[in-house]
Design a binder for this molecule. Structure first.
Ligand SMILES: [Zn+2]
Length: 374
C-alpha cells in the first residue's frame, strides 16, 4: 500500500553573522505530501566488471546534490534505485571563470570533456566550437539521443547539440539542431518549436522527422526523430515513457552501440524555489527514469549507466527526519546554485572507473575512452 510522505519544508532565510561569512539558516515551515514508490535492486552480475561496454546512458539530475538525493531517499522510506547501486563517486562542477557553475558550462563539460565559462554552450572560453559526444560517436557507428523535460533549448540538452557563445541565443540554439548528428531527441515543447521561424523548422525537418504525439509508425520508420510533446514539465507521463521510447529507438538503430543523455531538469527549478514537496516529486520521477535505465542495462549486460548532476542547487540540507514515518525536515541555504561536489552513481560494466572524485569533464572523457573514441 502506498504511504503518504509528510514533509516539513523549510524556507531559507540566510543571516550573515560575521565578516567571515558564517551563515545561519532560519527555517520557515510549510506542509505537503507525495507518494512513496519503492525502488529497484538490479542483479550485479556485470557491475564493475572489465567487460565490453556497447551503450552508455548518462542521466543528469539538474541541480541534484546530495541534499536532494537524501531528502527524496528518506521521504521515500529510505530507498531510491540510484542509492541501491554499488558504484559511487563525486563530481566537481566548477566552471573556468566561476567557482559556482551554471548548467551551460557544466553541461558543456559533460558533453565535450572540456570546461568552459558560465553561459557558454558547446564552445571553449574563446568561443570556438568543441565537438560533443554525439558528434564524436555518430561517425563511429553509435546512435545518439537526448531526452529532457526542459525545453529543447535548455542548457543541459543544448550542450549535446549546440555551439553558442551564450545560452540566451535561443533561436540560434534551435537552429543548431538542424545540423546535429543526433538520431533521437525529445524535450519540451511542441509550442516552443512552433514559435520558431519557418526557415528554422524547415531546416530541422530536412534532418529529422518531427512527432508531436506518439506515433508507432514514425517511431519504426524514421532514422532520425524528434519528439516534441505538448507538455514535458510537470508531466508524470513524460520522462519515464520517453526514456523507454529512446532506449528502444536507439537500440534498434545502433550499429556499434548507443549513447543516451537523460535530464531531469526540474530538480534544479524546485530547489531554486526552495519547494521541498515539489523537489521530492521531481526526484522521485527522476528515480523512475533511473529505474528504466538500470533495468535495461541489467537485461542488456553491455550497458553502462551513470547518474550524476551538473551542480547542486539550493544548498539543501536535512535537519530532522524519520524514514519509518516518512517524515523529513530540511533547510535551504540559498535560492541559487552552490559549488559543492555532487554525487555520482554508476551501474554496469566498467562502472568502477567512476568510483572516485572527478571533474565533470572527466566523466565525458571516460565515457569516450570506454567506447574507444579517445
Ligand atoms: Zn539552476
Amino acid at each position: 500500500m502506498k504511504r503518504l510522505i509528510l514533509i516539513f519544508a523549510a524556507l531559507a532565510a540566510v543571516v550573515q553573522l560575521n565578516a567571515q561569512h558564517s551563515q545561519e539558516v532560519k527555517a520557515v515551515q510549510s506542509d505537503g505530501y507525495a507518494e512513496q514508490q519503492g525502488s529497484y535492486i538490479p542483479d550485479f552480475k556485470v557491475d564493475g566488471k572489465d567487460t565490453k561496454v556497447k551503450n552508455v546512458i548518462l542521466i543528469i539530475g539538474d541541480g541534484m546534490g546530495l541534499g536532494a538525493v537524501s531528502t527524496a531517499m528518506f521521504a521515500n522510506g529510505g530507498e531510491l534505485t540510484m542509492t541501491n547501486l554499488r558504484t559511487l563517486g563525486y563530481v566537481r562542477t566548477q566552471a573556468v571563470n566561476n567557482f559556482t557553475t551554471d548548467s551551460a558550462a557544466s553541461g558543456t563539460a559533460y558533453a565535450t570533456g572540456h570546461k568552459t565559462n558560465t553561459g557558454s554552450l558547446g564552445v571553449d572560453t574563446c568561443g570556438v566550437a568543441l565537438p560533443n559526444i554525439p558528434e564524436i560517436l555518430t561517425p563511429l557507428g553509435y546512435a545518439c539521443g537526448i531526452v529532457s523535460n526542459d525545453p529543447l533549448y535548455g542548457a543541459t540538452p543544448a550542450a549535446f547539440y549546440a555551439h553558442q557563445a551564450s545560452r540566451k541565443n535561443k533561436e540560434e540554439i534551435w537552429m543548431d539542431m538542424a545540423s546535429s548528428p543526433l538520431a533521437f531527441f525529445s524535450a519540451g515543447t511542441k509550442f516552443s518549436y512552433l514559435e520558431q521561424p519557418l526557415s528554422t523548422r524547415e531546416a530541422i525537418e530536412k534532418n529529422f522527422k518531427i512527432m508531436y504525439e506518439v506515433d508507432e509508425a514514425l517511431l519504426k520508420s524514421s532514422d532520425k526523430l524528434g519528439y516534441l510533446p505538448e507538455k514535458a514539465e510537470n508531466n508524470p507521463d513524460f520522462l519515464v515513457p520517453t526514456t523507454r521510447m529512446a532506449l528502444e529507438f536507439l537500440s534498434a538503430r545502433a550499429k556499434k552501440g548507443f549513447f543516451l543523455m537523460i535530464e531531469g531538469a526540474h530538480i534544479d527549478h524546485r530547489a531554486h524555489s526552495n519547494n521541498t514537496e515539489e523537489l521530492i516529486t521531481e526526484m522521485l520521477d527522476f528515480d523512475k527514469a533511473v529505474t528504466e535505465a538500470v533495468k535495461f542495462a541489467e537485461k542488456d549486460g553491455h550497458t553502462l549507466v551513470i547518474i550524476s548532476a551538473d551542480h547542486e542547487t539550493g544548498g539543501v540540507a536535512l535537519k530532522k527526519g524519520d524514514p519509518q514515518d516518512a517524515y523529513i525536515q530540511n533547510v535551504f541555504a540559498t535560492r541559487g546554485h552552490t559549488p559543492v561536489m555532487v554525487p555520482l552513481f554508476a551501474y554496469g560494466p566498467k562502472s568502477h572507473i567512476f568510483n572516485c572524485v572527478q571533474e565533470n569533464s572527466d566523466v565525458c572523457n571516460k565515457i569516450l575512452q570506454i567506447l574507444g573514441a579517445r
